[in-house]
Design a protein around this ligand. Structure first.
Ligand SMILES: Cc1ncc(COP(=O)(O)O)c(C=O)c1O
Length: 435
């Protein structure tokens, strides 16, 4: 039995099976690379689903954890400490000029947005929150109800009241969902779990106008698309609009668990003492790591870098779409949040990419989602494209029944002989996994 098989067996015996896991055990990472327990190296183009935004084991993240953990890991929110104030200042200067509340995950951040909207609406006799079909907002009861996907909600009924659904990118559908009870509209500027679908500019701008006209709150879920992922600090900034509040998590502290809401002046003082809380939220340690993450994004110019690498990656993927139509349909997304749309279930291609040493994620049935770290290197983007190209060539040959060697015209370019296919990048050259 290999080391990985040992761990998987132990896992299956003792861990509640709420995830369908891929058969790989990871032991360490550096930058965009990650090693499994058997020494194989992968290019990590998933980054823990948009979490390790500065790559694995960034020296500044390690240093922030080390330094702060030697000093003070946790106090209670009954007391003050400087890190939380500095982080709140930094985030609210990046957008909205308001105030922040800190928690530990995306669901908890969205739960805070929902409670904020409810409390704001309470004296106005408004409590309904409109969310989008195919959105994703988390797994707590309120956030799975906000999530516009029945498959996520099934089995957990009765669901909390007060959520109404509309079609994403369809302003008329949102207008039709508004009632005199509507308190807020919650939306992702780029739907992630829904299949990497960017909001159309008219839609997001239209929502802003609608909310302002009707005194409804506009709330953005930036849990996945925020913190530089789309080449902007926050994805809504590409649309030249501001929500009344937004949620953050995932990459906020570069892999250390943290969530937050940033509320504009209108909502900054709605939560008064006793109205909301979180034991671990905004600890000295979490805030120190998030401050390091903001510093990394600034000092390493990662917003611009994510834009440039995103364009390069998108171009490479688009060339493959041209070559493998109709099996590959289109590339969509913004910055380093990209989806490759297939004309069939994406799980097979995802598994093949993983075998060849590239991590991605099949999403919304027929989309392969790529979320590399913001500091992914140009040669790693090119390497990923090579892996995808080779994998697509093999996959296409199987789908069409045309053997690689017999593929017409573009044979050499589209389908290099199987013996030339690269294995996992640097798989053999890298040192074996450390214990
Ligand atoms: C847009 C969005 N919101 C909320 C969440 C929930 O975040 P968490 O898993 O940290 O609770 C996710 C997670 O994928 C997400 O993508």
């Amino acid at each position: 039995m290999t080391k990985s098989e040992d761990t998987i067996q132990l896992f299956d015996q003792h861990v509640i099976p709420s995830y369908s896991r891929k058969p790989v055990v990871f032991v360490r990472g550096k930058g965009t690379k990650i090693w499994d327990a058997d020494g194989k190296v992968y290019l990590d183009f998933l980054a823990g689903i948009a979490v390790t935004g500065a790559g694995h084991s960034h020296p500044k993240i390690i240093e922030a954890i080390r330094r702060q953990s030697e000093q003070l890991i946790h106090i209670s929110n009954l007391y003050y400490h400087e890190n939380q104030a500095l982080l709140a200042k930094a985030l609210s200067e990046l957008a909205l000029n308001g105030k922040c509340f800190f928690c530990n995950s995306g669901a908890e951040a969205n739960e805070a947005l929902i409670k904020l909207a409810r409390l704001w609406g309470h004296d106005r006799n408004r409590f309904e929150i409109i969310t989008m079909r195919d959105s994703f907002h988390g797994r707590t009861l309120a956030t799975l109800t906000a999530t516009g996907q029945t498959k996520i909600q099934k089995g957990f009924e009765p669901l909390p009241a007060g959520f109404v659904y509309a079609d994403f990118n369809n302003l008329e559908s949102v207008k039709a969902a508004i009632t005199e009870k509507t308190a807020a509209i919650l939306v992702e500027a780029v739907q992630g779990e829904g299949g990497v679908i960017p909001a159309q500019p008219e839609f997001l701008k239209g929502l802003r106008t609608l909310c302002t006209e009707k005194d409804i709150l506009l709330l953005c879920d930036e849990v996945q698309c925020g913190m530089g992922r789309t080449g902007h600090w926050f994805a809504f900034q590409a649309y030249d609009i501001e929500p009344d509040a937004f949620s953050l998590a995932k990459a906020l502290a570069g892999g250390y668990p943290m969530g937050a809401i940033v509320a504009g002046p209108k909502l900054a003082d709605v939560f008064q003492p006793g109205k909301h809380g979180s034991t671990f939220g905004g600890s000295p340690l979490a805030c120190a790591v998030a401050l390091a993450m903001i510093q990394i994004i600034r000092e390493e110019g990662l917003l611009q870098h994510a834009t440039q690498m995103g364009e390069r990656f998108k171009k490479g993927l688009q060339a493959l779409v041209e070559k493998y139509k109709p099996y590959l349909v289109e590339v969509r997304g913004r910055g380093l949040m990209l989806g490759l749309v297939l004309n069939q279930p994406a799980k097979t291609l995802e598994a093949r990419l993983m075998d060849t040493g590239l991590l991605s994620l099949a999403t919304a049935e027929n989309v392969i989602r790529f979320l590399p770290p913001l500091n992914v290197k140009q040669n790693e983007v090119d390497e990923a494209i090579d892996i995808i190209a080779d994998t697509c060539a093999e996959w296409h040959a199987e789908l069409t029944g045309i053997p690689l060697s017999a593929e017409p015209e573009t044979e050499a370019e589209a389908a290099p002989a199987a013996t030339e296919l690269p294995t996992a990048p640097e798989a053999q050259a890298e040192p074996a996994a450390q214990p």
